[in-house]
Design a protein around this ligand. Sequence first.
Ligand SMILES: C[S@@+](CC[C@H](N)C(=O)[O-])C[C@H]1O[C@@H](n2cnc3c(N)ncnc32)[C@H](O)[C@@H]1O
Length: 361
Amino acid sequence: MNSAQPQTQGAVTEIRDGLELGEFLRWGRELHHQGRYEDAARAFELILGMDADNQEALIGRNRAVRRSVPRWHWEMLHDEERAELYDRAIRQAVAAAPGAMVLDIGAGSGLLAMMAARAGARDVVACEGQPSVAETAARVVQVAGYDDAVRVVSKMSTRMTVPGDLPRRADLLVTEIVDCGLLGEGVLGTIAHAREHLLAPDATIMPSRGRIIAQLIESEPLHRKNHVGKLYGFDLAPFNRLSTLEYFDSRLSKHEHRTLSEPMTVFEFDFYTADARPQRTELTVRPTAAGTMHAVAFWFEMELLPGIVVDNAPEHDSHWKQAIQCLPLPLHVQPDLPVSLVAAHDGECVRFEVESEEVVA
Ligand SMILES: C[S@@+](CC[C@H](N)C(=O)[O-])C[C@H]1O[C@@H](n2cnc3c(N)ncnc32)[C@H](O)[C@@H]1O
């Protein structure tokens, strides 16, 4: 039932005929050097099809897979709280809609699709945009014995069609395509596209809502993750032109820090209506203590179904950690001087700017 395997073969299989094993190895290495890791993995896999013990192909395949498949998949799969909350929400949604056509966007290992099948769904289509991940999900689903109910489609959801890839518009969408900053994997645009092209008008959308919460932070260790000054007798500060202006993930609790404000909501999204159009909001933040602001830490709360909420708040040890955006220059703050904070997103990345003169030299 799975359509992942044939669809991922593409250009690499076309050149298979007529190539010797040695040429294939060279071709795989060349694809890797060109940065075409998915194709390189495919080339090495074809060699393994001919010679299962070929060590060079085994290593080449693994090296290419390591480049194309993010390491966070494993940490994410071990995040039991995330899995349990999704499982509970999926069971509830499937029980409420017997016979539902379920669409899982971003199959990964196939976990959410299999949860839907285990809950009783008989028609589950799980799409995955990364070919090697899609192919592996199809294997996982088959080994788990759910391939009669779950079909893996190796495609980005935004390239799927009804009825080509999905027999009819889906009644239930389950998806977990969020990063530590909620929007970084394109959840807004992806769900908006699905609503328009892939979902029935009254479909249940999981997640249903999202909220981004931010807090001002003093933390020299976090500042040092994105900033350098004089070291070892050299002024390395010009290297900071390579610092990121955007957020990165880090676990707040693992870094010495002080909070300089209450947590505040900066954006709220209703996934039944939201789209990826940029938004901007201005906040006046009253610091709760005097100190040096190095960063804005932010995280999300995501309602899967009413009453079932998953989050990556600092007090929770989720695999997402928190999103940290360091200021280019630290800022003195004090309770009697409100901070003007601008939060903006472009549909995929949330960014903060502070409007103030009180920069620390
Ligand atoms: C965070 S992982 C979640 C995997 C799995 N659903 C789970 O919860 O364990 C997201 C996966 O979605 C895929 N993905 C992201 N956006 C997608 C899209 N629009 N269509 C298909 N796959 C997508 C990524 O390649 C990645 O494998």
